[in-house]
Ligand binder design. Structure first.
Ligand SMILES: [Ca+2]
Length: 194
């Protein structure tokens, strides 16, 4: 990135016919890792760096993601169930921040527990409006985080926020976003064949 920074500064100075006075970098996720790397290896490149949700351990993060995929592979959540999951999270978490406004501002204060806050199917088969014991156990594991990256170290999906990286924002759960990590059955099958 250092070479890119040097080139960008030259291009910017040429375009504006004026030397650069200040330069800043903002990076999230891999960009956050780049920001940390830049600060350590080329500390004079920028006058200020904002590091957001960095992934300093890229290998560990990918192992963590693979662990999550393996968990959900054994008890995949259907798209219809994601609607139920999101609704249950909102029911439990929206008002936990003091205002029922459709925005979950403090997910950690929610205390969402799949074992007690989700409808349980009577039989062994999953339904569109209930969850099997295996699915609930899988959700609990995903929310608690993997041994590589437990909740205490920032791992695990936070109920009430997107399960994918939102770069620091507490985006409320939505089925579309949840799908990114809670693999639908079709995705789980394709995972098994690869
Ligand atoms: Ca709220």
């Amino acid at each position: 990135m250092h070479l890119t920074v040097e080139a960008a500064k030259q291009i910017t100075a040429a375009y504006y016919s004026s030397p650069i006075q200040y330069s800043y970098f903002v990076g999230c996720s891999t960009g956050g890792r780049q920001a940390l790397t830049s600060a350590q290896r080329f500390p004079t490149d920028f006058d200020g760096i904002l590091v957001d949700a960095p992934i300093p351990d890229y290998v560990g993060e990918n192992l963590h993601t693979t662990w999550e995929a393996r968990i959900m592979e054994r008890a995949a959540i259907d798209v219809e169930q994601l609607e139920v999951l999101a609704a249950a999270v909102y029911d439990k978490c929206d008002g936990a921040d003091g205002l029922e406004d459709g925005v979950i501002e403090n997910p950690p204060a929610c205390g969402f527990d799949p074992a007690t806050d989700l409808p349980v199917c009577e039989g062994a088969s999953a339904g569109p409006d209930c969850f099997t014991k295996d699915q609930i156990d899988a959700l609990k594991k995903v929310y608690q985080g993997s041994p590589l990256l437990p909740r205490s170290r920032g791992g695990g999906g936070v109920p009430g926020s997107s399960l994918i990286c939102t770069c620091g924002s507490n985006t409320p759960a939505s089925p579309r976003r949840e799908m990114n990590r809670l693999l639908p059955r079709s995705s789980a099958r394709s995972l098994q064949t690869t």
